[in-house]
Design a protein around this ligand. Sequence first.
Ligand SMILES: Cc1ncc(COP(=O)(O)O)c(C=O)c1O
Length: 394
Amino acid sequence: MPKYTSRIESLPEYPLANIPIQKRALIARGVDVIDLGAGDADLSPPEVVLQRLADASRIPSMSRYGFGMGLMDFREAIVRWMQRRFGVSFDPVKEIVPLIGSKEGISHLALAFVSKGDVTIVPDPGYNSYVGGTLLAEGEPYRVALRPENNFLVELDDIPSSVLKRARILYLNYPNNPTSAIAPRDYLERTVKRCKELDLVLVYDNAYSELAFDGYVPPSIFEIEGARDVAIEFHSMSKTYNMTGWRCGWAAGRQELTSALAKVKSFIDTGTFLAIQAAAAAALDSAEEFIPGNVAVFKERRDAAVAAFTANGFPCATPKATMYLWLPLPANVPSAVFAEKLMQEEGVIVMAGALLGKGGEGFFRVSFITSPERISEAAVRAGRVLKRLTAQAA
Ligand SMILES: Cc1ncc(COP(=O)(O)O)c(C=O)c1O
């Protein structure tokens, strides 16, 4: 057996990778499983999207290679939507990169900007592609703990200057997975300014920009002065349009940043199925009709989750965005132990905070991916496990 590279040896296990196997085993045992693990809702994409995919799939040219350019209609729909939604304009050919889901682009970006020994600054807990992309590029992730005490924000000025000197990328994700935190505008302003001073690429992961409640409207980083110079922003069709499995997203930014990502990708992939890009264009063009109703469904789930988890021993604030609750555990209950017991004893799947990074210890994440009734039932079961664990620890 040939030796693995140090690159692959450095990768941790991907969280939730083993969950489908464990879930099948539980179902085979007759357990009534409630899965609140992945950010992967049980809802349908917009009807216009399904229709457009069906129609487009019958056009022979749609079955040809998309290559990096992909479907011009998709690029133009992206640019139209970003203009309507954020008031920012982009060149559809030079400043947009169509992606096979935003995860793909986020992971590959480090190959363009990180050399062996360079540092990237990653939120901890955080989406695993920041660490994964960095390690695959033989860079060193510098993890910044997101804690309630710092409002779950990454403050560059709290990082030692010896680290900042070697840093190439700052990854930010607000609205945030897993903590549901949002970033105040003055935070974004000072961070953009510091990235410019430090010559950092600001990777702004905006996967949850459209999943917000109670009048909160998440911004694009490009609404912030100076962001064009430093930022590349990632968007996803997955959460906004219930299209997680379709694998479609994009990156936007100035040409010097986007062309480097496009070049890496030109040696790795040949683009998402063009009919899916056509359907994604239809989704973006009908965003204003579809999104409010879809957000209302998530809001109902969020409200049920907050009420039920609070009532069962997990008091929490009501998140203004995302599809997650980030729930604290008592100090003597490790998150992995809690999540494992909850799955094995009660058939409820959640994400242990520690799986998303050491900074996530002491918390677990619940996703609003099933009905309010099932989420409430999961909270009752979680409350029973908490009682048993705290009784044992006492
Ligand atoms: C913060 C964040 N970024 C990016 C993604 C990737 O989304 P996709 O690859 O489906 O576009 C996810 C998915 O869970 C996420 O939570």
